[in-house]
Design a protein around this ligand. Sequence first.
Ligand SMILES: Nc1ncnc2c1ncn2[C@@H]1O[C@H](COP(=O)(O)OP(=O)(O)OP(=O)(O)O)[C@@H](O)[C@H]1O
Length: 491
Amino acid sequence: MSLPASHLPRSAEAVLELAARTMFDTLAQAAQGMLVVDRRHRIVWISEGYKRFLPALGFEREDQFVGKRVEDVVPNTLLAQVIDTGQPLLLDLLTNKAGTFLVSRLPLRDELGQVIGALGLVLLDHPETTMQPLMTKFSRLTEELADARRQLAAEQGRRRRAKHTIASYVGASPAVLELKRLARRAAASDATVLLLGETGTGKELLAQAIHNAGPRVARPFVGVNIAAVPDTLLEAEFFGVAPGAYTGAERKGRPGKFQLAEGGTLFLDEIGDMPLPLQAKLLRVLQEQEVEPLGSNTVVPLDVRVIAATSRDLPAMVAAGQFRADLYYRLHVLPIRVPALRERLDDLDALAEHLLDDIARRDGLPPRSLAADALDWLARHDWPGNIRELRNLLEQASLVSDERLLGARHLRPLLAIDESRPLPTVRRPDTAPEGLTLPAAVAALEQRLITEALQATGGNKLAAARRLGIARATLYEKLAHLNLPPTRSPS
Ligand SMILES: Nc1ncnc2c1ncn2[C@@H]1O[C@H](COP(=O)(O)OP(=O)(O)OP(=O)(O)O)[C@@H](O)[C@H]1O
């Protein structure tokens, strides 16, 4: 900065001049050494302190040193660069045959701002010893910062963990038992899973459950709802942005969902809503297992398991040219149909109980339960919104009524249903009739499940045993003790 002397009264000019000189003298005394170099890089002056460095630089006397070009007598100096660029180097480490020094280099300018030389200051010699306390503190702070960053990354990783398990998927109807069996099989493989089912049937919950039951459980579960992201942003959301590809907030680049799911599972919800041009890119990523972030020309290898879901009729979309056939086949490796609530009304009771508990816990409300007439009433509804719709209804009922037992009369004002519709046959969960012992109740349940399995498999005992998750020999053993109605028995 040049001093604004011309705008000041004479006395002020004198003060500034004095200040500059005092500063110069103070620096010359306080620093371990100081030297001044002219515009042509020649040393014009050195401080008393600087003289003690001369022998180490190979000079016996001051007059052998002064007058030389600085770069010829002080190895590795950057004073010449400061003169040529006019830019100060406020703090730097200089190492040469005389040792290591903490130095500062400032350009000197005339009234017109022209660089007329430079000032070199040796602030500390052997900073590795004199600065030890500072260096120790610095390295401790650097370690603490690295620790904090690691913790943050781990926390982010934890937040990306899936919380649901196959056991927490509520339901014991035959449709759900079959669904859970398929989910366990899917968890054991690394193949792409396609979950097909109406909205609100629990596809996301099941995707989390499959991830949690498989070998990638300790790695991230990352979900993207394709329908919720504007088409123009989807590509960056999926594949990431390379640093420098954009200006502004994206300048530093950011990883895409594929990279965030590295080692884990990427859940692509509403895959049917993916725009056609992006379908081609997704197919390539799935086939090659590598992504190319936007604005980058390098590819990043991937290890990601994909679970896709849709409530749309993908084959019809393929036929209509709205969904690529090749992508459909790539996703359709392990298709799992998630049943609608109307197909598993047997589970209404357990689902309602689970949802009411969850609602009470989250909303801080007293726990409620449903009366039998409420369950009959609910069973008459078609449930186009499935479990999400059931949850919303129970939440509204919990908010509008103070009673612990919710009856049909509490639900009726909240949902219009056709009450003349015959009540579907709903198998209530087994409650032991009065006086029935636990072993007798267990035996009755076992008998019923075995009968159902044999009926479902046309009497094929091997298939029935598989369906029940027991060995064929165990099934034979149980059949010998059970009083079963006759079935067609090919095996
Ligand atoms: N079997 C189940 N047990 C407990 N809760 C369930 C079950 N199925 C679904 N839910 C609950 O129902 C709601 C909807 O589930 P989810 O979001 O998984 O459905 P979805 O099929 O992915 O819906 P969409 O297709 O609309 O995205 C969630 O609150 C979920 O916790």
